[in-house]
Ligand binder design. Structure first.
Ligand SMILES: *[C@@H]1O[C@H](CO)[C@@H](O)[C@H](O)[C@H]1NC(C)=O
Ligand SMILES: *[C@@H]1O[C@H](CO)[C@@H](O)[C@H](O)[C@H]1NC(C)=O
Length: 361
């Protein structure tokens, strides 16, 4: 028993690497209102400054107090309405692996906030705050950064983003209206731009995102026309694209390319009226090969002869989820009726909907 206890103590003492059992936090009274906690089991040293009533109250403990150990784990600022900037040098020489700012009034952070952490930071989350600017130019230096989450802020623009390490970017619910081609994010897997008024994605935007798995732009402003090569994906592992609720009524030829046989494409709640074969078939040719599919539920699609090419091809029909304007599920359309479309000379029929309706009754 004693032996086991000794072993346990040794384990605790040596469990934070390179620290030989030191106390890693300063005296708690010196850093108030910030608090520091050391967890020997998790090997973490976390600082929480959520009670700070000004930037100075964060600056002071990191710059005017001696820290026995400088490579900390996590900085937290949560539910704080008194700190509006993370100013120059706020963390002194102290570095973090994670910075988590949530539900605050922070409008900006100086790039030197991140500099000491440039080799260690892997997660940077500043969400549900008031960020108007971000020091994007420092991204290439943050060589371990995998996750950048700036959701629910007030960012209005993005420069060219560059990072060899980033895997996940979430900027949803900001005010970004414009993105430029030339982003270099070779390891990015998820790009979430949901609910930003992005009106156009330029040709070549995805050129250097060879590992992208998901592109999310729900409730952006990509309509009414999705132009040629705007969504030109270049990743063999591309799995999911969400462009629902964008008021898209038409696509140009090859507007969306680079889909994979198991890509899921959500086109929900747009204004597509006709599944024009020349525009949609190249996508279905790929998606129908495997588990990929296209969801166009919530579009006012006319289920007339213009959709016959889908209904008459079981694997296409199995790869599209949609509902006709009259409420019929695509899957319930009767192929036999649509066989007549192939037989008749379509130009002779003015209103296919009426014509199909009369046949389905
Ligand atoms: C801010 O906090 C300090 C000490 O933590 C306190 O002395 C001061 O009164 C506080 N100021 C406000 C405006 O709350
Ligand atoms: C602190 O982190 C830096 C950068 O990763 C590293 O070079 C240094 O050795 C670390 N120091 C300690 C005491 O772990």
């Amino acid at each position: 028993m004693q032996e086991a206890l000794n072993f346990f103590c040794l384990f605790i003492l040596y469990s934070v690497p390179g620290t030989s059992g030191q106390i890693l936090c300063p005296d708690s009274t010196e850093i108030l209102p910030c608090t520091c906690s050391q967890d020997v089991i998790d090997r973490t040293v976390n600082v929480d400054c959520s009670e700070a009533n000004s930037s100075d109250e964060i600056h002071y403990p990191f710059n005017d107090v001696d820290w026995p150990f400088q490579n900390l784990t996590r900085f937290l600022l949560k539910e704080n309405n008194d700190v509006s900037v993370l100013p120059e040098g706020v963390f002194g020489d102290i570095s973090f692996e994670e910075i988590f700012v949530d539900l605050t009034s922070v409008t900006s952070l100086h790039f030197t906030t991140l500099l000491p952490s440039k080799d260690r930071l892997w997660s940077l989350i500043i969400g549900f705050s008031s960020l108007e600017e971000f020091p994007w130019e420092i991204l290439p230096q943050l060589i371990n950064l995998k996750e950048l989450d700036l959701q629910f802020n007030a960012l209005t623009s993005l420069p060219l983003l560059q990072s060899a390490s980033l895997e996940y970017i979430d900027i949803m619910f900001n005010e970004i209206s414009h993105v430029e081609a030339g982003w270099s994010l070779p390891n990015l897997r998820i790009l979430n731009l949901n609910s930003n008024p992005v009106s156009d994605v330029p040709t070549g935007f995805f050129s250097d995102m060879g590992k992208l798995e998901e592109f999310l732009c729900f409730s952006c402003a990509l309509g009414p026309t999705l132009s040629t090569k705007s969504l030109e994906f270049r990743s063999a592992t591309f799995k999911r694209i969400v462009i629902s609720s964008n008021s898209i009524s038409t696509l140009d030829v090859d507007a969306i390319t680079g889909l994979q046989p198991n890509t899921r494409l959500s086109f929900r709640d747009n204004e597509i009226r006709e599944l024009t074969e020349v525009l949609f078939r190249p996508m279905l040719d790929v998606l129908s090969v495997d588990t990929g599919h296209m969801d166009i539920v919530g579009n006012p699609v006319k289920c007339d002869c213009s959709i016959a090419w889908v209904v008459l091809n079981p694997s296409f029909l199995g790869s599209v989820f949609g509902v006709c304007t009259d409420g019929t599920n695509f899957q319930d359309l009767d192929p036999i009726i649509f066989e007549d479309c192939a037989r008749s000379e379509p130009t002779l029929v003015d209103d296919y909907s009426t014509w199909i309706d009369s046949r389905m009754k």
